[in-house]
Ligand binder design. Structure first.
Ligand SMILES: [Zn+2]
Length: 178
């Protein structure tokens, strides 16, 4: 992820986006310089709005130089999502992805169970009633427990403001599990 020039070698003479925004002189050793190029003014504007320039500067000084680019990219992502969704920020996106994973896991379990059932049907030696005791069915974590038990981790925080396709609905819709 880290690109080649993460030191101040990228200094080009024009003020970085941070110094331009803060209306101050951009010195060659500017801590923001390598990570906030002038052509991406919104990146710094977002980060400044959410975290504050001095906090960002402190944070950058606390991490090792080779970690700064990732730090800035992470802050920029968090800031952008927080601006788009003041309530959940990037947690909203994470939760949507977690729900997608659970949905796909559920589909996978059902499909695996179907596969086992079909495989058993083709094996004359194994009676159909034995399908429930098939080793791979026994290993399917959610098989036969009913849809209410399909959550791998009940502690995961799930905002209900996203529909099953990850679209923002903006309102509580209670339980929407099928
Ligand atoms: Zn600067």
């Amino acid at each position: 992820m880290a690109s080649s020039s993460s030191s101040s070698g990228g200094y080009s003479g024009s003020p970085c986006a941070a110094c331009k925004f803060l209306r101050r002189k951009c010195l060659p050793d500017c801590i923001f310089g390598p990570y906030f190029p002038p052509e991406e003014p919104q990146k710094f504007a977002n980060v400044h709005k959410i975290f504050g320039a001095s906090n960002v500067s402190k944070l950058l000084n606390e991490v090792l130089p080779h970690q700064r680019e990732d730090t800035v990219n992470s802050l920029a992502y968090e800031a952008e999502t927080r601006i788009k969704d003041p309530v959940y920020g990037c947690v909203g996106a994470i939760s949507v992805l977690q729900r997608q994973i659970m949905r796909l896991q559920k589909e996978l379990d059902v499909t695996n169970a179907d596969l086992v059932r079909y495989a058993c049907r083709e094996m004359p030696g194994i009676p159909m009633s034995g399908a429930g005791g098939h080793p791979s069915l026994m290993n399917a974590p959610y098989y036969g427990k009913g849809s209410g038990d399909l959550r791998p981790n009940p502690d995961i925080y799930y905002p209900r403001r996203y529909d099953r396709d990850g679209n923002y609905t903006g309102e509580q819709d209670g339980g929407d599990e099928e």
